[in-house]
Design a protein around this ligand. Sequence first.
Ligand SMILES: Cc1ncc(C[n+]2csc(CCOP(=O)(O)OP(=O)(O)O)c2C)c(N)n1
Ligand code: SF4
Ligand SMILES: [Mg+2]
Length: 312
Amino acid sequence: MSAFSAINEEREIERDEFTPGIEPQATWCPGCGDFGVLKALKQAMPEVGKNPDEVALFTGIGCSGKLNSYFNSYGFHTIHGRSLPVARAAKLANPNLEVIAAGGDGDGYGIGGNHTIHTARENHDMTYIVFNNEIFGLTKGQTSPTSPKGHKSKTQPHGSAKSPIRPLSQQLNAGATYIARTAAVNPNQAKEIIAEAIEHDGFAHIDFLTQCPTWNKDAKHYVPYTDVQQSDEFDFDVSDRAEAAEMMRKTEERLYEGEVLTGRMYIEDERPSYGEEKRQIGEMPEEPLAERYFDEDAEWERTYDNLLEHHK
Ligand SMILES: Cc1ncc(C[n+]2csc(CCOP(=O)(O)OP(=O)(O)O)c2C)c(N)n1
Ligand code: SF4
Ligand SMILES: [Mg+2]
């Protein structure tokens, strides 16, 4: 079945369809929060009615980047910090594809921080899951952009002198139109948030708190947590930018004081996605650009075959 014929096929989807046929054993450490992301992502798929041929998952490098080895869909394990530009290209070439990008805090908030900001600014229609374990996991525990000030590691043995990045506030300022924080210890909420993010038209950013018991022993395990939508203490309108900004400020400050707040932080439904805007002004065709590759009659000069021809 091709990526085109399977899109928009209507049938009941089972979560197990997203488990690869020859199931590889996950190499994540026991107790790692990354298992929670995989579980929530698989559970979200039947909710949104997507089958594996409709989904493309783009990952960066890190323990988090192994996600697409254990998730059966189209996938591209890119390079460190570069999942978003590849994901953007795929979405623009084939707007019917459900595009999900994923990676670590080092990947998305450090080396790939620039792409994270600009993908949000342009409101590309995709879901971006950042596994935030406040550390570089794969490379054995170096300080990351979300490590708390004073956090000791092999790279900062006297404690980090830097203030951590505030990813929720940063994404609001950058232009993301769906922003949420969830945690591996709260799989039901995580599943609902992933499903909503997938259904959102525009850039949906999920800061996913994932404990790393191996290298970040000082870090919280993100329990107990409070769901801000369920708590009487927080009464704010997720569609109001100023109220959302204040909620994010509290959420980000309190995380470093030991209190974990999760939930939807900001949702804006009116703004068209980048691809939609391009189509509205006639800069992109209605039909997927990717289909032209298979259309022998299309005047299409930038195919891989032509590229090879030019370089003979
Ligand atoms: C361009 C480049 N720079 C550095 C590395 C080395 N490297 C691999 S993963 C990683 C950091 C991983 O941390 P994070 O993104 O938070 O993912 P985690 O392992 O915690 O899930 C680094 C620095 C690399 N692979 N490529
Ligand atoms: S090193 Fe940390 S982030 Fe990586 S698999 Fe182990 S527990 Fe998970
Ligand atoms: Mg990390």
